[in-house]
Design a binder for this molecule. Structure first.
Ligand SMILES: Nc1ncnc2c1ncn2[C@@H]1O[C@H](COP(=O)(O)OP(=O)(O)OP(=O)(O)O)[C@@H](O)[C@H]1O
Ligand SMILES: [Mg+2]
Length: 326
């Protein structure tokens, strides 16, 4: 991995070495300045940003750049988990706490002691579980399911969401008290379309990685490709950029990537998606789901987020529409 003299990239193999602040845009540089300060603190952090902007990358970096870096980084994606499962994952249980609890189990909160607990998609957490998480943050104590004694714990909570939590509060889906507790330090990742000047730096780094992975040294972008990228809206943000560069790196015949290799919807070649008005709604739905799944590299969780439907619904649709590869 290329290393800037002043960029804080980890060397240790146990850490994701991605630098969340690649680029020259004022947005990303001011985020970097804020994040450097926040990393040294101990209070909860909320990371906001659209899908694919790098919230997970930033959460790992915060752990790595702060005083807890030698302690565990434990993460859990709360999306699509039922509340009972989420509770046992977080709090653990004693042997016999419920049918099927044959062995005692330590929860993630316990495992993260002295370190960082990263709760991804906290906006998807059910309000009952939210209340219990709030107690852990406020009292630094938790209780395994089925036990009567609290245990103390020292964790730093980093939470992320792509949702607008203020709106979720109005809808009664997110607790106001938890929001106030976690939002004192909020770091917002800008969408890629608001930092287009960072495209060359981001692409260069991702291409260097792809060159290594694919054994295709010297991959470069033609000038026209940068222009096509600047004209694109990047709804899937850096994830979409990576997917598009990966596809292009595989497709391109020599080492230079041309706009048509990138396959960007909205670019000149594919400006108008082939959505004929003769399509029925069902056909249109199938086409759209197929396309989003392709753009997200087949990742159902990411595709569901972009489509604005629960992951379980997308699974049902994939099955019904015969889109599943597996
Ligand atoms: N700074 C970066 N440098 C290189 N690649 C990055 C960077 N940020 C994000 N990526 C790439 O984009 C992908 C998405 O990043 P990440 O999972 O952190 O986004 P996210 O905001 O958590 O998305 P989601 O809301 O869908 O969970 C990662 O797999 C990574 O490959
Ligand atoms: Mg994420």
């Amino acid at each position: 991995m290329a290393k800037n003299s002043d960029s804080l990239l980890p060397d240790s193999p146990w850490m994701d070495p991605l630098d969340p602040f690649l680029g020259v845009s004022p947005q990303i540089q001011s985020l970097r300045a804020d994040a450097l300060k926040v990393a040294q603190g101990n209070g909860p952090v909320l990371i906001q940003g659209e899908t694919g902007t790098g919230k997970g990358v930033l959460a790992k970096w915060l752990h790595w750049a702060g005083p807890r870096r030698e302690a565990p980084f434990v993460d859990l994606n709360c999306a699509g988990l039922n509340p009972d499962f989420l509770e046992t994952e977080l709090f653990g249980h004693r042997k016999g706490a419920f049918t099927g609890a044959d062995q005692p189990k330590r929860g993630l909160i316990e495992l993260a002691d002295q370190g960082t607990l990263f709760l991804d998609e906290i906006g998807d957490m059910e309000t009952g579980v939210q209340a219990k998480v709030l107690k852990v943050i406020e009292e630094k104590r938790f209780r395994r399911l089925g036990e009567v004694q609290d245990q103390t714990v020292d964790i730093r909570l980093v939470a992320a969401t792509h949702q607008n939590l203020e709106k979720s509060i109005r809808l009664g889906r997110f607790r106001r008290d938890l929001f106030f507790r976690i939002s004192t330090f909020t770091l917002s990742l800008p969408p890629l379309r608001q930092r287009l000047q960072d495209l060359p730096v981001l692409s260069a780094l991702i291409l260097a990685e792809l060159s290594r992975e694919l054994g295709k040294p010297g991959l470069t972008l033609a000038k026209l490709s940068i222009e096509a990228m600047e004209a694109h809206r990047w709804p899937g943000n850096i994830r979409e950029l990576r997917n598009s560069l990966e596809r292009a790196a595989i497709r391109c015949e020599d080492r230079e990537i041309w706009p048509e290799d990138l396959g960007l919807a909205g670019g000149s070649a594919e400006a108008t998606p082939a959505y004929g008005t003769r399509l029925s709604l069902a056909e249109l739905e199938k086409l759209h789901i197929k396309r989003v799944l392709e753009e997200e590299g087949g990742r159902v969780t990411d595709a569901a987020k972009r489509l604005g439907i629960p992951r379980s619904t997308l699974y049902v649709k994939i099955k019904e529409l015969g889109l599943g590869g597996e």
